[in-house]
Design a protein around this ligand. Structure first.
Ligand code: HEM
Length: 170
């Protein structure tokens, strides 16, 4: 995380890296506890919220997770090598929890984006409604105005009629 300029920038700040190390330590230890209750889910959703707050793009979260998997899985496989089927099942269970966690962490991003899109959509609908209303009003004024002008001008006063009448008299 420190070698990438983007993630390095996010880790600036008093004691942030140290806090993150501790948070991740707790995170991974809870991951294998096997207690996936309401409290666990809320904590996992919070990971996504905190990441969103610090401005972490999901792709960097996934990249970091992938790196951890790449580093640790060969070690797990080695450790489980003698337990064949049992070891394999344990690894599959771990993958399952990892997917569950990732889904929860990303869910907050989707929810926020969906909420923002819905809000933008509502604003657009409102603006469109106001625009159509102003168009209708403009059309009504135009009709009213042309009606009043026509009413105010009696036919003999129309310019070409006056001209021909004057010519006829002359
Ligand atoms: C395997 C991937 C990752 C996991 C499991 C993870 C986990 C966590 C957890 C558990 C927290 C604490 C949430 C809370 O306060 O409730 C946290 C916070 C944070 N994470 Fe991540 N994280 C990951 C990747 C990253 C990456 C790639 C960055 C980029 C630099 C990052 C930056 C941060 C920052 C800045 C905080 C807030 C730290 C603080 O000020 O306390 N995380 N993360």
């Amino acid at each position: 995380m420190k070698s990438n300029p983007y993630t390095r920038a996010l880790l600036q700040g008093e004691g942030r890296l140290e806090r993150l190390k501790k948070s991740q330590e707790d995170y991974f230890s809870e991951l294998i506890q096997g207690k996936y209750d309401k409290d666990y889910i809320e904590k996992r959703l919070r990971v996504g919220q905190v990441h969103q707050m610090v401005g972490l793009e999901p792709i960097y979260y996934l990249a970091a997770y992938n790196q951890y998997v790449q580093i640790t899985f060969p070690k797990f496989a080695e450790a489980f090598s003698e337990k064949n089927q049992e070891g394999f099942s344990s690894l599959l269970s771990l993958v399952k929890v990892i997917f569950f966690d990732i889904a929860l962490a990303l869910d907050t991003y989707f929810k926020t984006n969906t909420f923002a899109l819905r809000k933008r959509n509502e604003e657009l609908q409102r603006a469109l409604g106001m625009y159509l209303q102003s168009q209708r009003r403009e059309e009504q004024y135009r009709q009213l105005l042309s009606h009043e002008i026509r009413g105010a001008l009696p036919p003999p006063l129309l310019p070409w009629k006056c001209y021909w009448r004057k010519r006829a008299v002359a």
